[in-house]
Design a protein around this ligand. Structure first.
Ligand SMILES: Nc1ncnc2c1ncn2[C@@H]1O[C@H](COP(=O)(O)OP(=O)(O)OP(=O)(O)O)[C@@H](O)[C@H]1O
Ligand SMILES: CC(=O)N[C@H]1[C@@H]2OC[C@@H](O2)[C@@H](O)[C@@H]1O[C@H](C)C(=O)O
Length: 361
């Protein structure tokens, strides 16, 4: 560690959708990607998801966090056990609350304990320093998106959109250094409101394939009025908590389930379209990653609403399910080398910043 020789790193992500732990191996020197390695997925059971859901919004020191922290540790160790050994772990933890305006963000899970139990160095707590210095603390994947575009030797800017619980967008021109070639921000709610609605109305955790939404009609008035909120026209960088917009099921409570699903889906897409307007220059291509790309209705609406070509990032040759886990492997390698993980144009930090700390076993 600390040298610029590529090392194998395992990155972990337990995202805002609360579906499970993604784990992915990456060979990298923290600048370039040398090789993509194997990956694993450790899903949460319904009871585990409920446990995590029950502690959303809590801050460190509040009571009742131990069982959830224990689950996070256990689930990550189980994912780690499925993969070949690596030299370093990048551990994001589980975001429970995110409030950069008040200089705080909370990712549950101890990297120190993970290092002890996995027997390997762990880079973790990637967001705290950034928010403590007045940055947004998110999104952090953009510097990895820069590395992806570099890996593909892109000769023009491209946009990468991640549709998880929350959506985020990176505009990247990989011909430039990261300080000049990036602009990033959270676009708005993505799958989380639809998931919450599906669970409550149908007992299903999400709208598989977008089938329910595809059978409904979009209430355009609700979409337009939602997009009137100041967040969507605010300049980037900017970030969101999972539930920054409150209980969105209220917005569609009067609609029948199919129309409600179609409308929540349209809100996710309209938020991305509003984000496209904020980019420094329109790229020719948008690459979609995250679970939302498996929702055909999301992809259909994106293709119809964005003025550029929309690709499932798998069709570019990447693994759209593992991009965030790979991002935290890459970020860990950067932390090990003291390289910046966030930039003024990605988190609004005042100067490029190397967030994250390293715990040894
Ligand atoms: N086959 C599918 N059809 C429709 N939607 C799907 C499908 N598979 C996954 N999804 C959606 O994608 C979500 C998971 O996406 P992902 O794993 O990218 O989120 P995350 O990493 O938890 O979130 P975030 O990026 O906000 O941290 C699921 O909760 C679901 O809403
Ligand atoms: C505070 C927090 O955990 N934010 C997540 C969340 O999920 C998607 C979006 O909101 C993004 O800002 C971020 O995750 C990704 C991995 C990021 O930091 O790039």
């Amino acid at each position: 560690m600390g040298s610029n020789k590529p090392i194998w790193v395992t990155g972990f992500m337990s995202g805002t959708s609360l579906d499970g732990v993604d784990a992915a191996c990456l060979l990298t020197d923290g600048v370039d990607i040398s090789k993509f390695g194997p990956s694993a997925y450790r899903p949460y059971s319904a009871a585990e998801r409920q446990l995590l859901q029950s502690v959303l919004g809590r801050w460190p020191g509040e009571p009742g966090l131990e069982p959830a922290a224990g689950l996070i540790l256990r689930a990550h160790l189980e994912a780690w056990a499925q993969l070949p050994a690596a030299e370093l772990i990048g551990f994001h933890g589980q975001t429970l609350s995110h409030d950069p305006q008040n200089l705080r963000t909370h990712q549950l899970g101890s990297g120190a304990e993970l290092a002890r139990q996995a027997g390997v160095a762990v880079a973790w707590d990637f967001r705290s320093e950034d928010v403590a210095r007045g940055g947004q603390g998110a999104p952090l994947a953009p510097i990895f998106h820069w590395a992806l575009a570099r890996y593909k030797q892109m000769q023009e800017p491209v946009a990468i959109v991640n549709l998880g619980g929350v959506g985020n967008l990176t505009w990247v021109d990989a011909r430039l250094p990261p300080e000049q070639g990036l602009l990033a921000f959270d676009t708005g709610p993505a799958n989380a409101p639809l998931n919450d609605f599906m669970l409550k109305t149908t007992g299903q955790p999400y709208d598989a394939g977008g089938t329910l939404a595809a059978s409904g009609r979009i209430d355009r008035k609700i979409v337009a009025s939602f997009l009137q909120q100041p967040y969507f026209s605010r300049p980037a960088p900017k970030s969101l908590d999972r539930d920054s917009f409150g209980d969105m099921a209220r917005l569609v409570a009067q609609l029948d389930p199919a129309d409600a699903a179609a409308t929540l889906t349209a809100i996710c897409v309209a938020a991305v379209a509003a984000g496209v307007v904020l980019m420094p220059a329109p790229p020719k291509q948008v690459w979609i990653s995250g679970g939302g790309r498996k929702n055909s209705e999301v992809m259909r609406q994106l293709a119809g609403n964005l003025p550029m070509e929309v690709f499932d990032i798998d069709d570019i040759g990447f693994d759209g399910d593992m991009l965030e886990a790979q991002a935290f492997a890459y970020l860990a390698a950067r932390v090990a080398r003291g390289l910046p993980t966030s930039f003024p144009a990605t988190t609004a930090t005042k100067a490029p910043l190397c967030g994250g700390k390293i715990s040894l076993p």
